[in-house]
Design a protein around this ligand. Structure first.
Ligand code: AMP
Length: 209
């Protein structure tokens, strides 16, 4: 299987080639065609399996296909929630790399640093927001972030978010996005315990595992 066989558009294939990715990993091969078709996904994958590209690449392709005016005001069409600052930064770097030949723009927000640079980026407008739960809620409460236009919603490392006690915050975030029938939700977790299965049943719509 090659990336060309997954139905990806030339600007993304070129960016993947620049990364020296020769062929898709298992999670990429399985997820990318389903995400391109608009399905909700429960992905069983840990860090190191290539799961970031498995969700980032089809989301970028969806956003390119929607043909947003590159000069118009951007709204947050895609939200990625992840438990740690390190993961958020890595995911942001991945989106930047895979979207380098497109107009799709991302920004990353996380706690532990002053918020000025993050709120300035939000004011300029982004298509993809990557965030840790606490800082996201903080900026939502201050009115810097609206999630009402989110079409593509990624819950990354759901098991770690549970272990780190983030579920009440994540629930508030999910409630601020459109109804699950009106967004595409991609939930990734290294384990699928009963707790994760229960949450995924609330948050996704007819998902494919
Ligand atoms: P992740 O699991 O998303 O954290 O990715 C782990 C590492 O694998 C990252 O350094 C990616 O750049 C790399 N990677 C992702 N997809 C591929 C691929 N298809 N071929 C080679 N490396 C990849």
């Amino acid at each position: 299987m090659q990336f060309e066989d997954l139905g990806l558009i030339p600007p993304i294939l070129r960016a993947l080639n620049d990364q020296n990715y020769k062929s898709p990993t298992t999670i990429q091969e399985k997820s990318i065609p389903l995400i391109l078709k608009g399905e909700d996904i429960l992905g069983n994958a840990q860090t190191g399996t290539g799961k970031t590209a498995a969700f980032a690449v089809p989301i970028i392709q969806h956003l390119v296909g929607e043909g947003h005016n590159p000069n118009g005001k951007r709204t947050i069409s895609s939200l990625v929630i992840t438990p740690t600052r390190e993961l958020a930064i890595q995911i942001g770097e991945s989106f930047t790399a895979y979207a380098k030949y497109t107009h799709v723009k991302n920004t990353v927000i996380f706690g532990g640093v002053s918020q000025g640079a993050q709120t300035n980026a939000l004011k300029r407008g982004v298509d993809v927001l990557i965030a840790t739960p606490g800082r996201l809620l903080d900026l939502m409460d201050q009115g810097y972030v609206s999630l009402r236009d989110v079409e593509y919603f990624v819950l990354d490392e759901a098991d770690r978010m549970l272990d780190m006690g983030f579920i009440p915050q994540v629930k508030r975030i999910v409630r601020a996005t459109p109804r699950r029938e009106d967004r595409q939700t991609l939930l990734f977790s290294g384990t699928f315990t009963q707790d994760i299965i229960n949450l995924s049943e609330q948050w996704t719509y007819e998902p494919i595992t």
